[in-house]
Design a protein around this ligand. Sequence first.
Ligand code: HEC
Length: 109
Amino acid sequence: MTKTTIAAAALSLAFATLPAAAADLAAGAAKAKEVCAACHGMDGNASQPEYPRLGGQHEDYLAKALRDYKSGARKNPVMAAFAKPLSKQDIENLAAHYARQARVVTAKY
Ligand code: HEC
């Protein structure tokens, strides 16, 4: 094997271990505006207490929650309806968008 082949093999191995696709923040923001903002707000910090705050939440937590609503592992009729049509890429984009918003902390009691 030549040095070039070794380098090429190492490179393709590196790419193979990368996640399928990087999140697209602009697409995440567009989707959030189109679908989610009505309840969660654009920054994920809805003032209505029945809508959980998404702003600044961990990206992997948000993505898992959306995958679970989509699969039915997490049951909520409202979120199931909104998560069902999301693609894997939509989920990554939305999770990245909301994870990058400011976290708002309020005291409940
Ligand atoms: C009609 C209002 C509504 C819309 C629109 C909506 N959601 Fe939700 N969302 C809710 C409610 C209510 C819950 C709480 C459900 C539960 O108890 O599991 C929730 C929960 C969530 C959670 C879980 C939060 C946590 O802390 O575990 C995530 C993530 C989420 N929504 C993301 C989204 C995204 C992304 C969209 C757009 C694709 C969206 N939601 C659209 C009402 C909505």
